[in-house]
Design a protein around this ligand. Structure first.
Ligand code: ADP
Ligand code: MG
Length: 723
């Protein structure tokens, strides 16, 4: 996260002499001794912009120099360390300007040939009889052990060399232009000069009772440990601190909402309840009713609700949200429903119109395609209180809309946007209540980090009669018979989606396409697919095209035609991923399925089988890689969104579940939500304990910690109330 984001006047703590010295740690990396402008550019490219960033660039793994392997005992392909004496040095010119340095090294057991390509200066590094320490991945070829471009760990000049100073060397994630020795040097300089700028923010007694090492020691040791167990303890400490700050920020925000903010008290009553339920043509399920109870308790409490409503696709979240919106309106408070895309806003609009047929609620659709005079009129009536319910996209609603009396804001698919976007509706007096909906089941640890400030309700059973979407993996030889099936279903009156990961290049470079549409640069794209189907496979059918680069007007018309049945097959990108609800569309084909996350595929297939016809989903893997294909198998045998999300999280990390890696809070510097679940739970527990008896974290011993929280997250999470 950009440190400058936190420099808003409200959130920056007054700097006191003993507050954590951050200025020196924010020294640009190019000013670090030995780095220079060229290497700085490479470092910046992997996110290392300051000295502090360099400290947070933790080793990927370590190399234990005490574990020297005799050459005869080497195994192919593992990173290993060899110590020997130089027998021969040979330099050879190859074709073009290429060259090769070969150094033959032997120990008591055997010999090894070290080879460097295009690094002619290597020949000057060695002379016969030198003792050397080389590390690399060896190969065995025609009876000769060989290492290509090995690292020279240390030129050992004499027995009892200074190797013991750094018996364990860090191995960093590297990119082009950065070598391991260069990284070692940079980190060493940084440690010499700056490691004492890391101030301890936790009191000693806290460190002791939680078995944590001090932070300056942690940064020293994590980069150059003497023992592997020290490295682990140091990493634990650094990751713990990162998680502790986030958890405190989230819990402080939750606490401050309850303590310092007020919201309209919206009591439910049997009369209101009956009036609302009458509008639905179905009975709510037990699962929905339980959630409605949670929500009603929150709405009556007098402080703003902050609740996350989770549930699988089609489990009936929107229906529950509509109940809450109507409860707000029943008290003459305006309510808002925000969707992540224009298509979804429109669809919510259609859904609401159905639900509201027999009511006097005055809804309004606020979209980007209103003319400016239409928009002015709309804003006026919202401000005057002539509108009860506003539906639109987040962008449209947040700009310049003033509400008369705002009671409730429902945000659909918030996780696509991140924590920052919440809480933009604060007004002088009351705050509105917030209900956040997510159809993407989020694994527990991730949820704790993204939504740790929210209360959570889950709809765990879908309405009765839901059928599982039958899902098949289609080998390339079976594609033809798959198309025949599709053709037959369409002739029977059904409709189909054909999903491709990419838009395609025929339209020139794209301008800010949604991340999800550009997941890889190879594979099928909608434009080519559209042409191909029109010309060959489905030339006698009516085919539509939908992707994120079309303007809103075109998108709306296409969706209208698909809904009416005028379009039989819709070739599209993931723009249809969330929420789109067209009951007659019962078939989906997904091209290059391997380039999607499992959760995303589960979302996508949730678009079919919504009506009375069984849904069919065909996955074309788009690769021969057996691992990738196996991964997809999960989808063919389970329909449980949570199980799929956990599998996805384990296999691919959080980025896929969120649909984007640009996530304020989830942008961790040291921690990893998958690998470090234990540390996260520890930090969460500590944060809860700390705030239990001291809800604003005022205890003098924890003032450095408190300031660190405010400095890092105060602005993003609007913790201004805490001062
Ligand atoms: P979600 O928002 O979780 O995807 P929706 O609220 O849009 O789910 O519901 C999906 C479909 O199921 C809609 O057509 C809705 O009218 C219907 N539905 C919702 N709740 C029930 C219920 N209790 N019984 C029957 N149908 C329901
Ligand atoms: Mg929905």
């Amino acid at each position: 996260m950009n440190p400058n984001e936190f420099s808003s006047p409200q959130s920056t703590p007054v700097s006191t002499p003993d507050s954590r010295e951050s200025n020196r740690l924010e020294t640009p990396i190019r000013f670090l001794k030995g780095v220079g402008p060229k290497r700085a550019t490479f470092l910046e490219r992997i996110g290392i912009k300051t000295v502090e960033d360099l400290f947070y660039h933790l080793p990927r793994t370590y190399q234990d120099l005490t574990e020297i392997c005799p050459i005869t005992k080497l195994t192919e392909t593992d990173l290993q360390l060899v110590c020997g004496t130089v027998d021969k040095v040979r330099f050879r010119r190859l074709r073009g300007r290429r060259s090769m340095v070969e150094v033959l090294v032997s120990d008591e057991s055997d010999s090894l040939l070290a080879v460097w390509f295009n690094q002619p200066y290597m020949r000057d590094k060695f002379s016969p009889e030198d003792k050397v320490l080389l590390s690399g991945k060896p190969t065995h070829d025609k009876g000769q052990w060989k290492m290509t471009n090995p690292q020279i760990q240390e030129l050992v000049e004499e027995e009892n060399s200074p190797r013991s100073a750094h018996p364990i060397l860090p191995v960093y994630p590297l990119t082009e232009g950065l070598t391991t020795p260069a990284m070692h040097r940079a980190v060493k300089y940084a440690l010499q000069t700056y490691s004492h700028d890391f101030r301890e923010i936790l009191p000693t007694s806290f460190l002791e009772s939680n078995h944590l090492v001090s932070i300056p020691e942690a940064f020293h040791t994590v980069h150059f440990p003497l023992k592997m167990s020290d490295a682990d303890a140091s990493r634990y400490r650094i990751v713990f601190e990162e998680f502790l700050l986030i958890q405190l920020a989230l819990l402080l925000r939750r606490g401050s909402t309850k303590q310092f903010r007020t919201a309209p008290q919206l009591q439910n009553s049997p009369k209101i309840d009956t009036r609302i339920r009458r509008l639905f043509e179905f009975e709510f399920t037990d699962s929905q009713n339980k959630v409605i109870q949670d929500i009603c308790a929150d709405l009556a409490a007098g402080y703003p609700m902050s609740r996350l409503l989770q549930g699988d696709v089609g489990s009936g979240k929107t229906a529950v949200a509509v109940y809450a919106l109507l409860l707000s309106v029943a008290h003459q408070y305006q309510a808002v429903l925000m969707a992540p895309t224009e298509i979804l806003a429109l669809q919510h609009w259609n859904t609401l119109q159905n639900y509201l047929l027999n009511s006097r609620v005055r809804p309004l659709l606020l979209t980007g395609s209103l003319s400016s005079s239409q928009r002015q009129d709309a804003l006026k009536s919202i401000q005057a209180g002539d509108i009860d319910l506003v539906i639109g996209t987040q962008a449209v609603i947040q700009k310049d809309v003033t509400f008369n009396r705002l009671g409730l804001v429902v945000i659909d698919e918030q996780h696509k946007f991140g924590v920052q976007q919440r809480a933009s509706f604060r007004t002088a007096g009351n705050d509105p209540h917030y209900l956040v909906m997510s159809a993407t089941p989020i694994p527990r640890t991730l949820c704790m980090t993204l939504f740790g400030d929210l209360d959570i309700s889950t709809i765990d059973h879908s309405p009765p009669g839901r059928k599982k979407v039958k899902t098949f993996l289609i080998e390339s030889t079976k594609e033809q018979s798959c198309w025949e099936f599709v053709r037959r279903k369409i002739q029977e009156g059904r409709q189909a989606y054909v999903v491709c990961p990419l838009i395609g290049n025929s339209n020139g470079p794209s301008i800010n396409p949604p991340v999800t549409e550009e997941t890889s640069d190879q594979g099928s794209n909608v434009l080519d697919m559209y042409n191909q189907l029109q010309q060959n496979d489905l030339s006698d059918m009516s085919i539509g095209l939908l992707h994120g680069r079309m303007d809103d007007h075109e998108k709306t018309n296409t969706m209208k035609d698909f809904r009416s049945g005028a379009i039989q097959v819709l070739v599209c990108t993931t723009v249809i991923e969330v929420g789109v609800d067209i009951p007659n569309a019962s078939i989906m084909l997904i091209h290059n399925a391997c380039s999607f996350g499992l959760s995303q595929l589960h979302q996508l297939r949730g678009r079919v089988g919504r009506g009375s016809h069984t849904g069919h989903c065909f996955l074309f893997p788009g690769t021969d890689n057996t691992d990738s294909i196996e991964r997809l198998e999960v989808l063919t045998h389970t329909g449980d969104g949570f199980a799929i999300a956990e599998a996805d999280f384990e296999m691919r990390g959080s980025g896929d579940i969120l649909g984007t890696r640009q996530h304020g809070v989830a942008n961790l510097r040291a921690g990893n939500l998958l690998r470090d679940q234990k540390i996260l739970l520890h930090a969460r527990k500590c944060a809860q304990n700390l705030l239990e008896n001291d809800p604003s974290l005022k205890t003098p011993a924890f003032q450095h910690l408190r300031q660190a929280v405010l400095k890092r997250y105060g602005h993003v999470m609007q913790l201004a109330d805490l001062g």
